[in-house]
Design a protein around this ligand. Structure first.
Ligand SMILES: *[C@@H]1O[C@H](CO)[C@@H](O)[C@H](O)[C@H]1NC(C)=O
Ligand SMILES: *[C@@H]1O[C@H](CO)[C@@H](O)[C@H](O)[C@H]1NC(C)=O
Ligand SMILES: *[C@@H]1O[C@H](CO)[C@@H](O)[C@H](O)[C@H]1NC(C)=O
Ligand SMILES: *[C@@H]1O[C@H](CO)[C@@H](O)[C@H](O)[C@H]1NC(C)=O
Ligand SMILES: *[C@@H]1O[C@H](CO)[C@@H](O)[C@H](O)[C@H]1NC(C)=O
Ligand SMILES: *[C@@H]1O[C@H](CO)[C@@H](O)[C@H](O)[C@H]1NC(C)=O
Ligand SMILES: *[C@@H]1O[C@H](CO)[C@@H](O)[C@H](O)[C@H]1NC(C)=O
Length: 616
């Protein structure tokens, strides 16, 4: 038996506040016409005669718990409670009706009218036996309109907390999560640590990097620089759901849901708060403001393609992202805005950018590379749009003015100039396709003497560590690093493919070529999947890079690849770089252990025949 109507009506008396208490009803934008959920409609529908509530035993916490966007007094808490694992088939709440349109089936689907009620509690200690002190608590409702996700908030500075959700009036509990708030912006903080990830492709391999970081528990916060999901379909051991490329809201919800079934993703979500931004694949490959490499914004593409416009696909991707990620909306009037910043004590500002979807000029789309080559210097080209770009420079200046020791820039794509071959070829899909935008950034840093900058990047599936130099404009000395204005740490993928083939010769030759060709680049490594850990103290920043030797199975193997130090005030990698030694790749002024392999010409198998040390 389900709950009676009397119970549902009683519940509705408090529902108004509680629906609004669930941030997901504001996603992606409460005030943007046509995007916001019609909450009064959801409430009216919930009270309808004959409507019966779910029994607790009909419901499950289907995808664990997560937390994110730590502020001094609050952090986003996330879970999903639902009558089924699958995502809701409804598409967009059409204002004024209670029907929802599903673009896949081309039918209107009635929204499930039953709201689900959750109590959430935040504790100081872990044990779930009911005796621990409750720091704060609340009630939240969720419905099919938002795929049954829940977000809640309310806490105190730089403190570890535990949290748990319970189905109202029952003993059905979510897993116990752990999180940590940020320090107040004027606090003296001696150390903060971040585990930095990018490019987690579910069908391509296991998320061992997430699991390793969670189990070691050496960091305070997770930073994910994007490509957290991928839009294309793939068969195999970890075949995608849905099986093909995703376009509709239901598609994006289903894909997010599948990624959250991964036990290592669930573990790292349960143990640490995440700060995320998106890159292209949360939407589609090589995106920019008006399209993707495989979806043009033209009538031809629309009629012959999936019959989803570029704009609708973007809204679907954004909406599912905000529903499924523990993230705040930076601006309720701007559903596409994800760029935001975190002031973490006097120690650092973390400035998180969207160089991808917000307002990027045309990018390399596979068929237009010659065109991008012709226009890469065009001063009007932008990665961010002027609104975000002005905010970025203002944030850098404000960070210096308030005396923050370090500026961390959480950005998707590689910033440094990288000639990829001897003819001087540059990528069209990272900052090298938007040279004026990079020059303006460097100009702002140099002109305003803003130092201690650490740029972070993902996207490339390889490791690249460089001094942040403005070659051709400011003098830079490769040997000492003098003349640079900071450092770039660009990390490898969690599971997306890097350099094909074994460590030697394919990846090693490539890495050595890169170092020889690019004077500000100090380490290149493309064989290992993995992540890096940043430890920030007032005196120095260290980055420890870790490699996962195989993502073909779920395992805990991990190799320390290289350690880098940046000393406050030096504005370049501290010499000797990486202490003069790295485990893999190519290191300038340093030694790398290379595996010497030989290939059996008949079977094609590679065999290790020894190790050698190489110095560049
Ligand atoms: C839902 O997912 C959980 C966890 O993956 C699984 O144990 C359960 O069998 C699934 N339920 C259904 C109905 O598929
Ligand atoms: C609850 O857990 C705490 C901490 O583990 C323990 O001290 C306490 O005795 C437990 N209480 C009950 C009733 O089990
Ligand atoms: C993919 O899924 C669709 C819809 O569920 C189904 O019709 C189709 O047969 C599937 N294709 C493959 C190759 O599995
Ligand atoms: C997009 O347009 C370009 C230029 O006309 C064409 O080469 C490309 O194949 C189109 N892509 C798709 C996915 O239709
Ligand atoms: C960027 O700066 C470099 C170094 O000063 C200069 O050579 C180049 O012309 C500049 N390009 C643009 C597009 O501003
Ligand atoms: C990096 O530093 C850690 C901690 O000091 C050490 O255990 C590790 O071996 C170092 N890694 C490399 C590649 O030097
Ligand atoms: C790798 O090992 C082979 C066989 O011992 C040797 O001939 C070759 O010189 C080694 N490669 C390098 C680059 O040292």
């Amino acid at each position: 038996m389900r709950f009676s109507l009397a119970y549902v009506t009683l519940l509705a008396a408090t529902a108004a506040a509680s629906f609004e208490g669930n941030l997901n009803y504001e996603s992606p934008s409460r005030r943007h016409a046509g995007l916001g959920i019609d909450v009064p409609l959801v409430q009216r529908r919930s009270w309808k005669r004959g409507n019966v509530a779910y029994k607790p035993e009909e419901l499950s916490f289907t995808h664990g718990v997560a937390s994110g966007d730590p502020w001094p007094e609050s952090v986003i808490l996330w879970t999903r409670i639902a009558p089924s694992n699958g995502s809701d088939a409804s598409e967009v709440t059409v204002k004024g009706t209670s029907a929802l349109y599903n673009h896949e089936t081309e039918k209107y689907v009635k929204a499930d009218p039953n709201p689900i009620c959750l109590d959430w509690k935040v504790f100081k200690s872990k044990c779930g036996n009911g005796t621990q002190e409750v720091i704060t608590s609340g009630k939240a409702y969720t419905t099919s309109d938002i795929d049954y996700t829940v977000e809640a908030k309310g806490l105190k500075p730089l403190t570890k907390y535990y949290y748990q959700f319970t189905v109202c009036g029952s003993n059905k509990k979510s897993p116990m999560g752990r999180t940590k708030t940020a320090p107040n912006k004027d606090d003296d903080v001696s150390r903060l640590s971040f585990a930095v990830f990018s490019c987690s492709n579910f069908p391509n391999g296991y998320f061992n990097a997430y699991g390793n970081a969670a189990r070691k528990d050496k960091h305070d916060y997770v930073i994910h620089l994007g490509d957290y999901i991928y839009e294309t379909g793939k068969k195999g051991e970890r075949a995608t759901m849905p099986n093909g490329t995703i376009f509709t809201l239901h598609d994006y919800r289903t894909r997010h849901g599948q990624y959250r079934t991964d036990p290592d993703l669930q573990l790292l979500s349960k143990t640490h708060p995440w700060i995320t931004t998106w890159d292209d694949h949360e939407f589609a490959n090589n995106g920019y403001r008006d399209g993707f490499s495989a979806l043009n914004n033209t009538e031809d593409s629309f009629l012959k393609g999936p019959k989803v416009t570029v704009d609708t696909r973007k809204v679907n991707a954004v909406r599912a992202y905000f529903e499924w990620m523990p993230i705040r909306q930076a601006d309720l009037d701007d559903g596409l805005r994800i760029w935001r910043s975190f002031q973490m004590g006097k120690l650092l500002d973390l400035i998180v950018l969207d160089t991808r979807n917000y307002d990027r000029s045309i990018t390399s789309l596979g068929w237009n590379d010659h065109y991008i080559d012709l226009i890469r210097d065009d001063p009007a080209r932008t990665l961010m749009g002027s609104r975000q770009e002005n905010w970025f420079y203002k944030s850098l200046s404000e960070s210096k003015d308030r005396g923050a020791a370090w500026r961390l820039v959480g950005n998707q794509i590689i910033f440094s100039r990288i000639f990829s071959n001897d003819k001087g070829a540059l990528s069209g899909d990272n900052w090298n396709g938007y040279i004026a935008n990079r020059n303006r950034t460097l100009q702002h840093l140099y002109d305003n003497k803003i130092g201690n900058n650490i740029f972070l990047a993902g996207d490339s599936h390889q490791n690249w560590v460089s001094d942040l130099a403005w070659l051709g404009s400011r003098e830079y000395d490769m040997a000492s690093g003098k003349g640079a204005i900071g450092v770039e740490f660009a990390g490898t993928a969690v599971s997306s493919s890097g350099r094909a083939g074994p460590i030697e010769p394919a990846a090693g030759d490539y890495a050595r070529g890169m170092i020889k060709r690019n004077e500000e680049m100090m380490w290149q490594e493309g064989y290992y999947r993995g992540y890096f850990q940043l430890d920030v103290t007032p005196k120095e920043v260290t980055a420890q890079f870790f490699g996962c030797p195989s993502v073909a199975t779920r395992n805990g193997w991990e190799i320390p690849l290289a350690n880098f130090t940046v000393v406050s005030g030096e504005d370049h990698l501290h010499r000797p770089i990486a202490g003069g030694r790295a485990e893999s790749g190519a290191l300038r002024f340093g030694e790398v252990k290379h595996t010497n392999l030989t290939r059996n010409t008949e079977t094609g198998e590679w065999k290790v025949i020894g190790f050698e040390k190489m110095f560049i």
